[in-house]
Design a protein around this ligand. Sequence first.
Ligand code: F6R
Length: 600
Amino acid sequence: MCGIFGYVGTRDEAPQLVLAGLKKLEYRGYDSWGIASRQNEQAFARLLVEKHTGKIGQAMTSLPASHAALGHTRWATHGGVTQANAHPHLDCQGRLAVIHNGIIENHTELRRELLAKGHTFASQTDTEVVCHLMEDDIRDETSTQDGCERLVQALMRVFRRLDGLSAVSVLDPQERCIVAAKNGSPLVLGYSQDGNYLASDSSALLEHTRRLTFLDDGQAALLSADGIRVYDATSGLREADTRIWDITWQEEVEGLDGFPHYMTKEIHEQPAVLRRLAAESSAQAQRLADEIQQASTVHFVGCGTASNAARCGEYLFSRIASRQANCVVGSEFGYLADFLDERSLVVGFSQSGETIDLLDSLKSAGRRGARLAALVNVEGSSLYRLVDHPILLLAGAERCVLATKSFTAKLGILLMAAYATQGRLEEGRALLQRAADEIQSFLTDGRVEQVRELADRIADAQHLYVIGRGPSYPMALEAALKIKEVSYIHAEGFAGGELKHGVIALVERGSPCIVLAPNDETFRSILSGAEEIKARGGYIIGISPCASDVWDEHIKVADVGEGASIVHAVPPQILAYELALRRGLDPDKPRNLAKSVTVK
Ligand code: F6R
């Protein structure tokens, strides 16, 4: 959470570069934003700062030309959404600008200590303690090191005093450099001919450079126009070796490509992503299948939408591969990890590869000797680097805060891997191809218009229910999650069989209820559930290849066998998007959410 972007180099439009970088990172948090830059060509270089509440949108920066700037887009943790709490934060002299992603757990004690020394605080944030700690450290430091080296050494000393998981970066206009340190929250460094960059996600750097270093936990960095130095933040010593990656990861198409929002653009990219996986990921799917076959126990772990993909995988492996995989949400996995050993396989599911609950789960599994694999979208992300066997989702950058194409991409790999365990990889690949074709037809043959008209009718609903059985149960959870997080309609997904155990009490006359009904062994039973809801006045929306009298609205999809879950994911995604539009909401940036959840 929170986006960080910095530049120092020979180009003199640093504030504009930083603003453009923040726009690309805004999905990490959009409560407020700010930029600090070094005023150029002054005998005594000054810090210039602008801060704003709300989303960046089409904002321009009023900061003048500069060769160094540092910016931040905030997802609030400590302190409300106010201009004072927006980053960057300054020390008492207004000399240093500090931005931060994460939580400083001992900020209360540090603030008390700093207040007692006479510092004044301008915000309620935990971040501001770093400004004043840096101020004291630099004032008391008598070393003869060059200015940038002194700055990075000061940051490392301060960083060692912070508890919790953070990424911190500092701009001192007296020095032509930016310094940074991280523990837990991601930071990526980018090398280019005309300067060097810093960002919390690689996706924001790729238009400038593909030569990246991913800082490890406990490392610090010094960026100047001439180069980048990496340090061990505990010892303060330069790292002997710094790996520079050459990233091959591609965006699908840069920008909105004519679509009004990233959410609908990314929904429409799904056929291409699934076809790419079918064409290019057979070896990866086979390798995952082999790992699963060799393991004594298999655990699928993810958070939010990724956990719904993981749970769907649990069903697919049971049905297709007769293989048990245990699905657990990332935040709970640690409480269930005692039985893991070196014969266990833990597979992490993540778009960003930076979700802290997931990373913690996999690290604890690794400490117990378990083998680690991942289905992950971002090449070079913390998860990608952590596991023995990373499988890329090949979905391209996902900019909408809601996960869509990264979700169906995970299902695509799982489908192929489940078949691969049976020596039937080709069958899995063909099904994935068919699913991609059906989604392509759905998006182009008029059925989207049907979903739009449905959205017109139910946009004022207060509650909405989704039911499914078997693999359609996690798909019901996912459909409800999509609808609630973007339209703010209270939507709940249930296992169809659970209805009679309590949920049915919620159904009222006109309550919209989506029924996921693939043409499989769940069909008859889920239809009974639909009848029971209808008998109590519910408005039944069937997503199914099969006709039925119980449907008040039938969204017909093709029967693609075990690929049904992938196809059934799409109509609820479109419905969620259309509901958000009708309720006047921004589908790409729902309230209170951030794409990459790097705090506990
Ligand atoms: C929902 C959504 C979230 C994420 C979750 C995990 O649309 O996007 O529920 O799926 O925060 O994120 P990743 O996949 O990046 O680990």
